[in-house]
Design a protein around this ligand. Structure first.
Ligand SMILES: O=C(O)CCC(=O)C(=O)O
Length: 208
């Protein structure tokens, strides 16, 4: 794994997880989709990153691609509804998200997926979270990004100009409305030297 560099920003004394106030900015996308962005939401995000690196039981997975079995280029973990999360701060984050987005179709976020991108060679290809109810209903997927920023792209499903976010060090990005059905997102590989990043994805029950 590449070495991790802590951020020099956002080290001031604050509440660990401040309310999602006016700094949360919504961008309305085409076809009933929207995305909310709150940079540097979590205080002590780098401490949380370093804890999660060791406390999450990271799993390597393999999948079939064009008749071959290949390594999934990132490490993964999944916490189903009701399962204890690996850090109390992640419960606090979920409570804030549930308060803010709990009235959306599908109800409050409940599950948490975790991904570890060990360096620029790790990635996730274009996709929408369409397994389960996200394939037919509006849904909310909230992503807390920790560690070194990686490029997160969003484009209309099937292609088109992409929106770009660089997510890490406690940034929050929330995709909502029809976003999982009508848009797709990716974290592309990069040749630039980049340290590890953890993404925690909070989803409503029945969405993967
Ligand atoms: O790493 C991210 O922020 C995106 C993760 C993602 O899209 C997924 O796991 O489905």
């Amino acid at each position: 794994m590449t070495a991790f560099q802590r951020t020099l920003f956002g080290a001031g004394p604050r509440v660990p997880v401040p309310p999602l106030g006016p700094e949360l900015r919504r961008t309305v996308l085409a076809a009933g989709a929207w995305v909310d962005h709150r940079p540097a939401w979590i205080d002590a995000a780098d401490d949380l990153f370093e804890r999660l690196l060791t406390t999450i039981p990271w799993q390597a997975e393999r999948r079939t691609m064009f008749d071959r079995i290949v390594d999934v280029p990132r490490l993964l973990a999944f916490y189903d509804s009701g399962a204890p999360l690996p850090d109390p701060l992640l419960d606090t984050v979920r409570a804030h998200l549930a308060r803010r987005y709990g009235d959306e179709e599908g109800g409050p976020v409940a599950t948490a997926g975790a991904c570890l991108y060990r360096g620029g060679w790790d990635s996730v290809a274009w996709h929408g979270d369409r397994i389960g109810r996200g394939g037919v209903h509006d849904t909310v997927v909230a992503i807390l990004s920790l560690g070194e920023p990686r490029r997160f792209l969003l484009r209309p499903r099937g292609g088109g100009p992409a929106l770009r976010y660089d997510l890490g060090h406690g940034d929050l990005l929330v995709m909502g409305g029809s976003c999982q059905r009508t848009w797709e997102h990716a974290v592309p590989k990069t040749r630039h030297p980049v340290g590890p990043r953890i993404s925690i994805q909070y989803r409503q029950p029945g969405v993967r």
